[in-house]
Design a protein around this ligand. Structure first.
Ligand code: CU
Length: 157
């Protein structure tokens, strides 16, 4: 596994800046009472849809939920916060993959993942899953699944 500690941080800042920039025109438009029929309006609505916003916290050795749920075929936003004292990841495994032990993990099992965040880091990333079903989420770092870092992502029709 490639662990790049710098990339998540800079990517997260870029996304946050993009979100802030997307929100600014909508806020300004509200103040002036103008129409908000531009592209940024849909981004603004997206941020207000609760089931498309996942707030994921990681500590040693667990996530803050045993299950998350998102709609199929729609982009959702994951805010991943490492509240622990060592690096953690958030990896959604491909449908049908169910790991009980970290020793069975292979990188090709990953549908997508948020790579290692160091302690105290946060990142915002957007994903979309087309196929409804149950997906296992793990922290692939050595020993972390075995210690309990596994949850479920339900993708509902
Ligand atoms: Cu971990």
């Amino acid at each position: 596994m490639i662990v790049n500690r710098r990339a998540p941080s800079s990517a997260g800042k870029a996304v946050l800046v993009a979100l802030v920039l997307a929100l600014l025109p909508a806020v300004a438009a509200c103040d002036s009472g103008a129409e908000t029929a531009d592209a940024s309006a849909s981004d603004f609505e997206h941020t207000l849809v609760p089931d498309r916003l996942l707030n994921v916290n990681a500590i040693e050795f667990a996530y803050n939920a045993t299950q998350w749920s998102v709609p199929a075929g729609l982009e959702f936003t994951v805010t991943f916060n490492n509240l622990g004292t060592i690096p953690h990841e958030w990896a959604v495994l491909k449908q049908g993959v169910q790991l009980d032990a970290g020793s069975g993990f292979k990188e090709e099992m990953v549908l997508f993942e948020i790579e290692a965040l160091t302690e105290g880091q946060s990142i915002v990333q957007r994903f979309e899953i087309k196929d409804p079903g149950i997906y296992q989420v793990i922290c692939p770092l050595p020993g972390h699944l075995d210690a309990g870092m596994t949850s479920t992502l339900t993708v509902a029709e």
